[in-house]
Design a protein around this ligand. Structure first.
Ligand SMILES: Nc1ncnc2c1ncn2[C@@H]1O[C@H](COP(=O)(O)OP(=O)(O)OP(=O)(O)O)[C@@H](O)[C@H]1O
Length: 583
């Protein structure tokens, strides 16, 4: 039968295929085109998941088909043969028509055939001998069934059974359909295992990323998990639907290609491709909330309260308030520890697992804040919204803050405001909205400046020195009694922030880690001095200078001073200078 001549009693579906084939102006080819070795490798790589899903079916059926004149082909969704198994002699004959690895069997290149026609029709089909459009192919009979991906149901490829047309064979369509079903079932199992793996990965990612709103989709684009707040934060449903729809087509590309393509769909999000080995299995989408912070793990009400009497009273109140959801206003000079206290309160509250969102009100820009509010990017269903310096915000921002505070309080989030200036005074002089003030000042806590609680300076210095050493993996600084006296007498205009900065600078500058009054910056050296420097004072200073000059090496310091090391030890003890080791 020549190309274009319709066989008698043609079946309807075959006739339709012939009509399509006629339009393609196909030459009367002896064989299907070949994609070549490299092309085959690429196609196999892109279809590695299909091949993995079909591995068992091919191995079992391939063995059973030996000696039956029948071969079994696995093709990708473009009709290219990826794997060929079955009867050896028939496989060899198939090669002559490229009914073998790399053969490309769509209708547009070789006309009606089971592979191309099943792909075009999207269902199982048999094409027997003369039903093939090209005469040279009519020596074959074939039956093929498409394979759909688990989850997305998108077309992945196809299973084809082929045999010489003179051999009687009536059950091939059923066989190809059964094999396709076996492959699909294996793909479903693979997807279930991948979804389990994605959940495991999710737990790890949450440890790393904290409580950001997150969504994980599997390779089919279906949701595996979404945090409660994800939907609220990501209100652009259409964009998200479009992103989900793109995942199945992209998932077998490189992680870079996947994230590039998907991040264009949803700007403002972090995308992470999750893979096992080389295979991407899903995508994690997290919404960036740059203002969201995990509360400082060192912020602890008990520790803060331990500094002294004033802190104890403050922290007892804070502990009680932590159990409520009342809006809090924390006031105190700059660097006094308002943010630290707010974090400690959050950590002591029943909502401690929620986010601690810190917003610097002096930096807010009306347009962006409007946009963030419109998209619900600020706030969560629990946790703390911490407004730092609302008094610094201009009137148009204060108005927006009022809406924000109402919204988040309504959603169940606690509002904590921090102010370095007494806010009520700002209200009285008309610089701060009174409606906003009364919404944020449900309860008020005031942290006294350091100079008003001098008994707390030494314990705080100790605490900060210790945490500096631990956090930076450094030695612990030590202070002579003169240095401590000078520090206790300092007015600390920058409060704890100033103390932290000083500790960092001293640690960087001091070779020995032993700090004397003379090692302190000039503004600290105003402790009351005994009238007139005694000979003993001079000796003390000389010893400290020698130790400093020798980098803490006491033997060399003794040499520099021209005394025995044992004498230096005695002098150190008598002056109350600790015998510390070099840091
Ligand atoms: N009780 C404390 N113990 C240890 N460190 C503290 C304590 N309180 C505050 N700090 C530290 O001191 C520094 C200043 O504290 P914080 O930022 O909370 O002050 P603030 O009052 O919010 O300052 P600002 O008004 O400038 O925003 C921070 O590095 C903080 O970690």
């Amino acid at each position: 039968m020549a190309v274009g001549r319709v066989p008698p009693n043609i079946r309807q579906e075959v006739l339709q295929s012939w009509n399509r084939s006629a339009k393609y102006r196909i030459e009367n080819s002896k064989h299907a085109p070949l994609v070549g070795e490299e092309g085959l490798l690429t196609r196999r790589a892109l279809s590695r998941r299909l091949r993995r899903g079909a591995r068992t079916a091919l191995a079992q059926a391939g063995t059973l088909l030996r000696g039956t004149d029948t071969i079994l082909l696995l093709c990708d969704q473009a009709g290219v043969v990826l794997d060929a198994v079955g009867d050896e002699v028939t496989l060899a004959r198939g090669r002559e028509n490229h009914l073998h690895l790399g053969g490309h069997w769509t209708e547009d290149v070789i006309g009606t055939n089971a592979i191309g026609t099943a792909l075009a029709a999207g269902r199982p089909i048999a094409v027997r001998g003369p039903e093939h459009f090209c005469e040279a192919i009519q020596r074959w009979s074939c039956a093929a069934t498409p394979i759909s991906d688990a989850g997305s149901r998108s077309l992945l490829g196809l299973v084809d059974i082929s045999w010489p047309s003179h051999v009687p064979q009536n059950n091939a369509v059923a066989l190809s359909a059964a094999l396709a079903a076996q492959v699909e079932s294996e793909l479903t199992h693979m997807l279930a295992r991948e979804r389990e793996r994605l959940m495991e990965q999710l737990h790890l990612r949450r440890l790393r990323r904290g409580n950001e709103p997150m969504l994980i989709v599997d390779r089919s684009g279906a949701d595996v998990f979404a945090t409660d707040d994800f939907a609220r934060f990501c209100d652009d449903d259409q964009t998200l639907t479009a992103l989900r729809a793109r995942v199945p087509d992209l998932i077998d590309q490189t992680p870079h290609t996947i994230t590039e393509a998907l991040s264009k769909c949803l700007p403002g999000t972090d995308l992470e491709v999750i893979a096992t080995g080389e295979d991407a299995i899903g995508v994690l989408i997290s919404l960036r909330r740059s203002r969201a912070h995990a509360a400082d793990a060192n912020a602890d009400l008990v520790k803060i309260g331990a500094a002294g009497a004033a802190s104890t009273v403050l922290c007892t109140q804070a502990q009680r308030l932590a159990q409520t959801n009342i809006a809090l206003l924390i006031e105190g000079e700059t660097g006094v520890g308002k943010t630290f206290l707010a974090q400690a309160i959050h950590r002591a509250s029943p909502q401690a697992d929620g986010p601690f969102e810190l917003i610097d009100c002096s930096r807010l820009i009306a347009g962006r804040l409007c946009d963030d509010l419109a998209h619900g990017r600020i706030g969560a269903s629990h946790g703390v919204l911490c407004l730092n310096g609302p008094g610094e915000a201009p009137p148009e921002i204060q108005k927006l803050l009022l809406n924000l505070v109402e919204d988040v309080s309504h959603a169940g989030m606690r509002v904590v405001a921090l102010s370095a200036r007494p806010l009520l005074k700002e209200v009285q002089r008309g610089a701060f909205r009174s409606d906003l003030y009364y919404r944020i000042a449900g309860a008020r806590l005031e942290i006294q400046p350091l100079r008003e609680r001098p008994d707390e300076i030494r314990p705080l210095l100790q605490q900060l020195v210790l945490s500096h050493a631990i956090e930076n993996n450094r030695r612990e600084l030590r202070f002579t009694s003169r240095a401590t006296t000078a520090l206790a007498a300092h007015p600390w205009p920058g409060n704890l922030l100033e103390m932290k900065n000083l500790i960092g600078a001293l640690d960087a500058l001091s070779p020995t880690g032993l700090i004397d009054e003379r090692t302190l910056p000039p503004e600290f050296r105003h402790a009351p001095r005994p009238a007139g420097e005694t000979l003993r004072d001079k000796e003390r200073i000389e010893i400290l200078e020698a130790i400093e000059a020798e980098g803490g090496n006491l033997s060399r310091a003794a040499q520099r001073l021209g005394i025995a090391r044992s004498t230096l030890y005695l002098k150190l003890d008598s002056h109350g200078i600790p015998r510390m080791r070099q840091g």
